[in-house]
Design a protein around this ligand. Structure first.
Ligand code: NI
Length: 230
């Protein structure tokens, strides 16, 4: 399932982040690629652990922690420190799959990549191409979001970024390990949670509906209890 988190960052935060990122030094993006994806990858990145990456990364992590839609959709256990890339002059990233396990730099912590995330920093009309294309059994989904918005997609999927033929595409990307490993189960919980929220808004003192809401909330938490891995 692909999930869009609109306006994760406010326009002022996007502007602040861009100023910090533009002043950093950028290197060849193949530094974080595995053997196979190094052949497909052509972009630039800010080195992992760079102060600019850390500063904007913390801004992103704070925003994620305060975003109910993200928390409900991802049920995150561990989030990899956000990385940053940019594409221009025809650069692209061919079809690949993300590594299953990522070691957090400077720590012994490893993250199983259940979900991949891309956060967009540029106005989509300011560059040509640069679409994130994610393949699943329903076909290829093309994603190019407004600045400040994020897409979450299963890390199990093949994906690529189309050539940027005008302007610059600037994004953050990272992975997360979810408490719910299976995408299908996580989707069920997300749907149930959204349904309960709608029900709760419509209760209007209806006792039977209130009891149903409590029951469904119980089902939600009991499914999390059965399925969660920590
Ligand atoms: Ni990837």
């Amino acid at each position: 399932m692909l999930i869009t988190i609109p306006d994760l960052l406010a326009p002022e935060q996007v502007a602040e982040a861009r100023a910090i990122l533009e002043s950093a030094e950028w290197v060849d993006g193949r530094v974080t690629a595995g053997h196979q994806s190094a052949r497909a990858k052509d972009n630039e990145q800010i080195p992992e652990g760079h102060p600019a990456a850390r500063e904007v990364g913390e801004m992103i992590l704070r925003a994620l922690g305060a975003n109910p839609l993200f928390l409900s959709a991802a049920l995150p256990l561990r989030i990899f420190p956000p990385l940053f890339n940019r594409y221009s002059g025809g650069q692209n990233f061919g079809t690949h799959v993300d590594n299953a396990i990522r070691q957090v730099p400077g720590s012994s912590q490893r993250i199983r990549t259940d979900l991949s995330a891309t956060l967009f920093f540029e106005d989509p009309s300011s560059y040509e191409g640069g679409e994130l294309c994610v393949e699943d059994t329903y076909g290829v989904h093309r994603v190019k979001l407004p600045a400040g918005s994020l897409v979450l997609y299963p890390s199990t999927s093949l994906h690529h970024v189309t050539p940027v033929t005008r302007g610059t595409r600037l994004c953050s990307f990272f992975w997360l390990q979810s408490m719910i490993r299976d995408d299908g189960r996580r989707s069920l919980l997300f749907d149930l949670d959204l349904g309960i929220q709608v029900l709760n808004r419509e209760l209007r003192g209806n006792d039977a509906a209130e009891k149903t809401s409590v029951q469904l909330t119980g089902v939600y938490h009991n499914l999390v209890r059965q399925w969660a891995e920590m």
